[in-house]
Design a binder for this molecule. Structure first.
Ligand code: GLU
Length: 449
């Protein structure tokens, strides 16, 4: 038995930035490859040369890199037109491509007429019936043909979808697809099959908006004498209200998540767990996601994307991150205080960047708020000598309580306002040693420090 390593691909079109839906597809493929010891190919589907832009291709690479989704190989369809031309020749020689001359207006009218007669709006294969004389006439009118793939006699195309289970689509319900445009450009439907054959893709994992394409593409694989790969179609995203997200996806770009300061692992954890039988949960790194990955846990039901849930996941992730995981990013932000500072503040963060706000509170100068001058003066007098440790706050506040009779909120709130200038924040127990005796005394006296 030959041991074939799985090979998967993520095939975005560089006609826009990647959004959360795309990343879900990318991630499922990447996790599949990494879990199975297979390869992950990045394929840029840029056959639409007018709409494809270099800046979007760069954006895709940036977004994948930000998430840590590395690829083993990358190709661009625009580099492979010659390969597609060869496949077109083969299909033409086998009588599977036929020339058609309808304009899009004519096709539209045909569709409407069929619908009015209660028929499915599929192409009537008029191009197949053209005589050599008809062809000559069209050409002499200056019309150039586009080419359709002859799907053939009515039959069912079936496959065992690795997510959706057994699938069968009747060819009679499909239009013969256009594979070559008037200008000679090969369309995605064929290009994708040629690539999947030549790049030895074993598993095509993509959104369920491609289920119908799959039937057509299986017929093309067969016409090209190739064994189709395995297919898996995941459900699409819906919003918290259950409505489709397609119109809102533009605002859910990976670039906007990054700009908003979300953690890449929060986005990856969310994209990898929504729409699965696992609970939505933060994972510290991609390796942890790989370890739990199982295609069979992807649910058929639509995956619900809730921006609020992503926010919560981001916070939860930060609250659990060890110092080593963030040390270099904190340093880049100008945040000091080492692990003690990180452990003191992480539980209060929604975004990593907020650590800087708390660092500025520690380092000062801040404007202390003196709510109870008498209490603050007494507290200053009782502040022990350094070194301060995690037990200092408890001992000191007990002493202040005993001396002043203040307790509960009347004790803690004025001390917090004086020491930090804020109503709320990380535990004073952890902050006090970082603030230190000198600054604490100045702040208790109402001085900027
Ligand atoms: N470029 C196609 C898309 O973005 C790829 C579909 C596929 O995976 O074959 O939908």
């Amino acid at each position: 038995m030959t041991d074939i390593r799985p090979a998967v691909r993520f095939a975005p079109s560089p006609t826009g930035r990647l959004h959360i839906g795309n990343i879900r597809t990318a991630l499922v493929n990447w996790l599949y490859a990494r879990r199975s010891g297979g390869t992950f190919l990045l394929r840029l589907d840029d056959t639409d040369v007018e709409r494809s832009k270099a800046e979007f291709a760069t954006g895709i690479a940036e977004d994948l890199a930000w998430l840590g989704l590395d690829h083993d190989r990358s190709v661009r369809q625009s580099d492979r037109f010659a390969r597609y031309g060869k496949a077109v020749e083969r299909l033409r020689a086998a009588g599977r491509l036929y020339a058609c001359y309808e304009t899009s207006d004519e096709l539209d009218r045909k569709r409407k007429r069929r619908l009015a007669r209660g028929l499915p709006p599929i192409y009537d294969r008029a191009g197949l019936k053209l005589t050599p004389a008809d062809h000559g006439e069209h050409e002499s009118e200056g019309r150039r043909p586009h080419w359709r793939f002859l799907l053939g006699e009515p039959r069912e195309i079936a496959w065992g979808d690795l997510i959706r289970g057994p699938q069968a689509i009747d060819i009679a319900t499909l239009s013969d697809p256009v594979l070559v445009r008037e200008d000679g450009a090969t369309l995605y439907t064929l290009a994708s099959v040629v690539d999947d054959i030549e790049l030895a893709i074993t598993h095509v994992i993509r959104g369920e908006d491609h289920v119908t394409n799959t039937a057509v593409q299986i017929a093309i694989f067969e016409a090209l004498g190739a064994q189709p790969p395995a297919f898996a179609h995941h459900s699409l995203l819906v919003g918290p209200d259950g409505a489709g997200l397609s119109k809102r996806l533009g605002s859910l770009s990976i670039a906007s998540f990054r700009a908003a300061g979300l953690e890449p692992m929060a986005v990856a954890s969310y994209a990898a767990t929504i729409g699965t039988s696992d609970p939505v949960a933060p994972f510290p790194d991609l390796a942890a996601l790989v370890a739990r990955f199982d295609l069979s846990r992807i649910a058929r039901a639509p995956a619900r994307f809730d921006p609020e849930e992503l926010e919560q996941l981001n916070a939860k992730l930060l609250h659990e991150l060890p110092f080593e995981a963030v040390a270099s990013r904190l340093a880049a932000l100008g945040v000091g205080g080492g692990a003690a500072f990180w452990l003191a503040v992480r539980g209060n963060l929604q975004r990593l960047g907020e650590a800087l706000d708390w660092w500025l509170v520690v380092e000062g100068p801040i404007a202390p708020v003196i709510e109870d001058a008498e209490l603050c003066a007494a507290a200053a007098g009782l502040l022990p000598a350094e070194p301060f440790g995690l037990q200092t706050w408890g001992q000191w506040s007990e002493a202040v309580k005993a001396a002043t009779g203040r307790k509960g909120r009347a004790l803690f709130h004025p001390l917090r306002l004086a020491l930090t200038g804020r109503e709320q924040g990380p535990e004073l127990k952890a902050l006090l040693p970082l603030i230190g005796r000198e600054r604490a005394l100045e702040r208790l006296a109402g001085q900027r420090a």
